[in-house]
Write a protein that binds this ligand. Structure first.
Ligand SMILES: NC(=O)c1ccc[n+]([C@@H]2O[C@H](COP(=O)([O-])OP(=O)(O)OC[C@H]3O[C@@H](n4cnc5c(N)ncnc54)[C@H](O)[C@@H]3O)[C@@H](O)[C@H]2O)c1
Length: 245
């Protein structure tokens, strides 16, 4: 098993990619801390418990640093380590720039970018003490190429890339690897509102001819969470079926 005796914290764990991350990491022997503002499905919890001795769900709004600090303290007291943080929670509130409400700009930046900052800041204190850690930030190819109607989302994800590289430089001496994953389109609740016609158009720009599945992202995260990636830091890796080359 690739994550035996590790403790992994996954934000946005009740969503599509979060579910898959939790399931795969548990299968590889990790203890799992799930953070979300929404309850995880009982099926997921039952499945994870088949593999992992320790599974802990905490209701945490990652935009609130106090909540992040409290929850991290509690989970650390119980599990005594924090090896892996996956900053996965994210939202969209799409609109053309001239129609975009200030609150939708602030909410998307607040969850996606500030939430990632909050969790990384708090988690890194524990990881620095341990002199070990793996931080994986789920960004998006939209942060690299932009998208009509997604200026808030693209800015938040581009911000995550700058954060990733700066923190990677700061934390390298503590043996903490910090990398980002930039997924293309993935079949999750985030993309299920797209009409079949829109999806068909998008698929024309994906050389591998399909949307990704959550497990495609989770497998790359598993690599970044494991010893196999110990010489990688500050990297942005795309998992997008070849959409952006
Ligand atoms: N689905 C895609 O096509 C796609 C593509 C590129 C990147 N991503 C990124 O992958 C990540 C996961 O997305 P997904 O597709 O699984 O979406 P999802 O909507 O299924 O899951 C996101 C989860 O984040 C949680 N969340 C939202 N606000 C939160 C907050 N303030 N505090 C804690 N949790 C919060 C939600 O409750 C939800 O469970 C996101 O960062 C997203 O931007 C997704």
């Amino acid at each position: 098993m690739r994550l035996e005796k590790q403790v992994a914290l996954i934000t946005g764990a009740s969503g599509g990619i979060g579910n898959s991350l939790a399931y795969l990491f548990a299968q590889e022997g990790s203890k799992i801390i799930l953070w979300d503002i929404a309850e995880p499905s009982p099926t997921l919890l039952a499945q994870i418990k088949n593999f992992s001795r320790e599974v802990l769900f905490q209701r945490v709004d990652i935009t609130q640093i106090k909540e992040v600090e409290e929850a991290m303290k509690k989970s650390y007291e119980r599990l005594k380590r924090l090896d892996i943080l996956v900053n996965n929670a994210g939202i969209t509130k799409d609109n053309l720039l001239f129609r975009m409400a200030e609150r939708d700009w602030e909410r998307v930046i607040g969850v996606n970018l500030k939430g990632t900052f909050n969790c990384t800041k708090v988690a890194s204190r524990f990881m620095m003490r341990q002199k070990y850690g793996k931080i994986i930030n789920i960004a998006s190819v939209i942060g690299l190429i932009g998208n009509i109607g997604q200026s808030n989302y693209a800015a938040s994800k581009a911000g995550i890339l700058g954060l990733t590289k700066s923190v990677a430089r700061e934390l390298a001496r503590f043996k903490i690897n910090v990398n980002a994953i930039a997924p293309g389109y993935v079949n999750t609740p985030m993309t299920e509102a797209l009409s079949p016609k829109v999806k068909e158009e998008m698929i024309k720009n994906i050389p591998l001819g399909r949307f990704g599945e959550p497990v495609d992202v989770a497998k790359l995260a598993l690599f970044l969470a494991s010893e196999e990636s110990s010489y990688l830091t500050g990297q942005v890796i795309k998992v997008d079926g070849g959409m952006v080359m």
